[in-house]
Ligand binder design. Structure first.
Ligand code: SAH
Ligand code: SF4
Length: 386
């Protein structure tokens, strides 16, 4: 067993614990009650605001307590297996998690997409996905488990490490990002269905949006779901991020084929849940994602039906050119078709940007993620550890 595996067996990681849980853990190692809240706040800031990975760096905490913390806990980061950088600047990390109880170390992918006015980190919520959307590569992955809150937050901490975004790193950066941040937005659009991992996603997003830590506004976090209807309104009330719905079709017949979950929660129920999403307004709209599949869902009738379906919902539509993967039966619609489709939506008042595919050359674009190791071609990636 390697060193990290051994450590993980004996000590608990503090990354991903709520403030309350953190204070409870301090109680368990006999930190006096009067000090617990303050100590929890200090540790919180070191982890999420300063990005330290070592208790010894926590300079405002007494040496004895630092040693105690180190004996009982650690600050887990996923391990980078590979880092790939696309010709367009998109970065994809293949990350290895701490061992499961059976000793197995699962892998996930996280993607950073720099743009002119923002930097978006696309994070995973599960290893693989139990759903089997027919156009999605992740859905073909066999191994599936929920990520812990620590593993979800850990992706953001890791990305900040690699982008040199922590305050101490930024201070010495000769070329700091505009606005002082590389990661301005987080989207739960990597591997997995976030609403099937509700509690951990909730804990993680509350940590990420906490003003004393990573401090990303909930308006800059988007949770994307394939349509787990019973959890949608609850997500709005308890997590409160922006919402994206992977719609992809305008009739139940087609959606059943593309997103099999539709058989359980058909369009009318899905759209009713969207209408009930708390806090909707023109400034806070739902994003409907629509993957453009040649000859499947891309007709003008589809565009018109889409307008009708969305009627009354503050919405924008994200048209996603289909990103191919080995073995898929689908093809991407032509640019002409996508433009015609977008025009119908625009004329009806819906902003409908066509999402430029990013990182296709490193299989980092929407729906291309899959971490099963048999799929990785060593020649296609660059090992950062080398
Ligand atoms: N499971 C969640 C979030 C992850 S998928 C969900 O389905 O919403 C993120 C987005 O990528 C979804 O809208 C998904 O439908 C889309 N997607 C999946 N496969 C794709 C592909 N091959 N090309 C383009 N988009 C894809
Ligand atoms: Fe899972 Fe989303 Fe892919 Fe569907 S599109 S298989 S829900 S990750």
């Amino acid at each position: 067993m390697d060193q990290l595996a051994d450590r993980a067996d004996r000590r608990a990681s503090l990354v991903g614990m709520s403030r309350l849980e953190l204070a409870d853990r301090l109680a368990a190692i006999s930190v006096p009650e009067k000090q617990r809240r303050m100590r929890a706040s200090q540790i919180w800031r070191w982890i999420y605001n300063r990005g330290v990975t070592d208790f010894d760096a926590m300079s405002d905490i007494a040496r004895d307590l630092r040693a105690d913390l180190d004996r009982h806990f650690f600050l887990a980061r996923p391990e980078i297996v590979t880092e790939q950088i696309s010709v367009d600047g998109t970065r994809k990390w293949l990350l290895r998690l701490s061992p499961d109880t059976n000793g197995r170390r699962q892998e996930i992918e996280t993607v950073y997409i720099p743009e002119e006015d923002r930097g978006t980190l696309c994070i995973s919520s599960q290893v693989g996905c139990t759903l089997t959307c027919s156009f999605c590569h992740t859905g073909t992955q066999r191994l599936v488990r929920n990520l812990t809150a620590g593993e979800i937050v850990g992706q953001i901490l890791l990305a900040r490490d690699r982008l040199a975004e922590w305050p101490d790193q930024l201070r010495s950066n000769p070329d700091p990002p505009p606005g002082g941040r590389f990661i301005t937005n987080v989207v739960l659009m990597g591997m997995g269905e976030p609403l099937y991992n509700f509690d951990n996603v909730k804990t993680a997003m509350l940590i990420v949006s906490d003003g004393e830590g990573v401090s990303l506004s909930k308006r800059r976090i988007t949770l994307s779901t394939s349509g787990v209807v019973p959890e949608i309104v609850r997500a709005g009330a308890e997590i409160g991020t922006m919402l994206a719905i992977s719609l992809h079709a305008t009739t139940d017949e087609i959606r059943n084929r593309l997103v099999p979950l539709n058989k359980k929660y058909p369009l009318v129920e899905l759209l009713a849940a969207c209408r009930a999403y708390p806090g909707l307004s023109n400034a806070r709209r739902i994003t409907f994602e629509y993957v453009m599949l040649k000859g499947v869902n891309d007709s003008l009738e589809d565009a018109k039906r889409l307008v009708k379906l969305l009627s009354g919902i503050p919405a924008k539509v994200n048209l996603i050119p289909f990103n191919p993967w080995p073995g898929t039966v689908y093809e991407c619609s032509s640019w002409e078709t996508i433009e015609r489709f977008a025009t119908v939506l625009n004329r009806s008042g819906y902003a409908s940007p066509v999402r430029t595919p990013r990182g296709r050359d490193i299989m980092a674009a929407c729906g291309q993620l899959k971490s099963a190791s048999e799929k990785q071609r060593a020649s296609a990636r660059r090992s950062v550890l080398a």
